[in-house]
Design a binder for this molecule. Structure first.
Ligand SMILES: Cc1cc2nc3c(=O)[nH]c(=O)nc-3n(C[C@H](O)[C@H](O)[C@H](O)COP(=O)(O)OP(=O)(O)OC[C@H]3O[C@@H](n4cnc5c(N)ncnc54)[C@H](O)[C@@H]3O)c2cc1C
Length: 465
């Protein structure tokens, strides 16, 4: 085992947005900073490479936002999606601290685009990164390098060592074997464990084998596990996560946002037994797509099919993968491997239950079914015009919520509720402090930016006073 001869001031595990925000804020406070990123350079940046926007509090319209988004509506939105499973004090603190997040990033060369319209309807609440997450991550790395932050790629932290005085060193796998990195302070910002199928299986059972991982294959949770082993207190449930319905044909890891499929509200969803299992028209798709990951996870073999006919095709953005298709319903059942008789019976019952109405995809149009065990509340129209299409959909996990318990200074709590001196956390790895369940679009970046900045600043204060 090699040991780094030099004790650096602030050591950071991770290489995404939270880690980079921590690195910049520690370096700007005058600390010597070393960042350990598990991925090779060309794969750096974790899930942050995939992001499009950040939700933040602001008091009025700006050059990139169409209106104000103040603390109360922000907190109410969070309360609604989490069903109250949040720490109100920490959540409000995070929201308040997000107010200058966008300006802070702009000063550090991150660029934003003017507000757009479109399906996500986020122009009042979320700022969009110009060039997406890749541009964001590249800007932050360039800034970190300018400030003298040392960056080690292909360096995976799997051990964390503490003693009575606090943090001592981490152990990491490097291209030259295992190595210890001692430091005066440590910031853990190495993501969740969403790419660790074995760990997901502990929480979800064998269903997890069929999950697709939307983001980085490097977020295996080794640093989180090491902190737990070192005595850090945890918060959140291992099966709580952000999971959406995505095209089942994408690669197992890292397909990003192009894996989305938007056809669901304009047809019906059937499982592999050919039966419906939830109201496809409950609300607008951007408000519902995040519940379908869990819904499909509960179906046999974690697969479902969005079934539409030719009339529905112009109503949604085409997806990257072409749908399976056939000129008859029996033919489509055959294409997707579902029992033809059950499939046709499901379609027949659905078509017979559709009430008269004028479909309008822009509003909750009330075009509904009547008389089914599971009704469809909006955009219900008969599926009768060939060709018929099917999109296979599977649960796509975005990130997990189980994390280490922290306070407002991003200090990590130990199991006996004491503070571990010199140990801080930011980003996905502590998101469970605020996200008990559910998700608010753009809030992952809020958490990472707010607590990354705080963790870096506090770690520098701990290291150099
Ligand atoms: C497809 C997709 C789209 C998304 N879109 C949005 C969006 O528009 N807005 C939003 O707010 N959120 C979005 N998210 C969620 C968002 O990506 C995360 O909330 C956010 O990026 C988390 O930042 P982070 O720094 O904590 O983690 P990450 O950015 O994932 O970074 C974790 C880093 O840790 C490294 N690492 C992992 N294990 C180790 C280890 N053992 N040792 C050292 N390094 C390690 C990884 O290589 C990676 O660099 C999206 C996620 C995905 C997958």
């Amino acid at each position: 085992m090699n040991t780094s001869s030099k004790i650096c001031d602030v050591l950071i595990a991770g290489g995404g947005n939270a880690a980079l925000c921590a690195a910049l804020s520690a370096a700007e406070a005058g600390a010597e900073v070393q960042l350990l990123e598990a991925a090779p350079r060309h794969f750096r940046g974790g899930n942050s490479r995939h992001v499009r926007n950040i939700r933040y509090m602001h008091k009025g319209p700006t050059d990139i936002m169409t209106g104000p988004y103040e603390e109360e509506p922000f907190f109410e939105d969070l309360l609604r999606v989490t069903g109250g499973k949040t720490d109100e004090k920490l959540a409000r603190f995070c929201i308040q601290q997000s107010e200058d997040a966008v300006d802070w990033m702009r000063v550090r060369d991150v660029r934003f685009q003017p507000a757009l319209g479109g399906t996500l309807q986020l122009s009042e609440t979320n700022a969009f990164f110009l060039g997406g997450g890749k541009a964001l991550v590249n800007a932050l790395y360039a800034r970190a390098e300018k400030l003298g932050v040392r960056i080690a790629y292909e360096t995976e932290v799997h051990g964390v060592s503490l003693d009575a005085d606090g943090f001592r060193h981490v152990t990491a796998r490097t291209p030259d074997g295992d190595r210890e990195f001692p430091a005066k302070a440590f910031v853990a910002a190495a993501g969740g464990f969403e790419a660790n199928i074995a760990w997901l299986t502990e929480a979800w059972g064998p269903a997890a084998e069929n999950f697709l991982v939307r983001g980085s294959p490097f977020n295996t949770g080794l640093t989180l596990r090491a902190m737990m082993d070192a005595g850090a207190a945890t918060i959140g449930d291992a099966d709580q996560c952000h999971a959406v319905a995505i095209d089942a044909r994408v690669p197992k890891f890292d397909a990003g946002i192009v894996s989305r499929s938007d056809s669901v509200p304009f047809g019906i969803m059937v499982n592999k037994e050919g039966v419906r299992f939830y109201d496809e028209g409950e609300d607008f798709w951007p408000k519902r797509y995040a519940i379908w990951g869990r819904l499909i996870a509960a179906q046999p073999d974690q697969i479902a099919y969005s079934i539409i006919d030719a009339k529905a095709v112009p109503l949604f953005m085409p997806s990257v993968y072409a749908p399976l298709q056939a000129v008859t319903l029996a033919g489509l059942a055959n294409e997707i491997g579902v029992d033809g008789a059950t499939f046709e019976a499901t379609l027949g019952a659905y078509n017979a239950a559709v009430q008269p109405g004028q479909l309008d995809s822009a509003v909750l149009d009330g075009c509904r079914t009547q008389g089914l065990g599971i009704e469809k509340s909006n955009w219900a129209r008969t599926i009768d015009t060939p060709p018929f299409y099917a999109y296979p959909l599977a649960p796509g996990i975005t990130f997990t919520y189980l994390g280490v318990r922290i306070d407002e200074t991003a200090k990590v709590r130990l199991k006996d509720d004491s503070i571990a001196p010199g140990m801080f956390a930011a980003g996905e790895l502590m998101s469970g402090n605020i996200l008990g369940q559910g998700y608010l679009a753009g809030f992952g970046m809020t958490i990472g930016t707010v607590f990354g900045r705080i963790a870096g600043r506090e770690a520098a204060r701990h290291a150099i006073g």
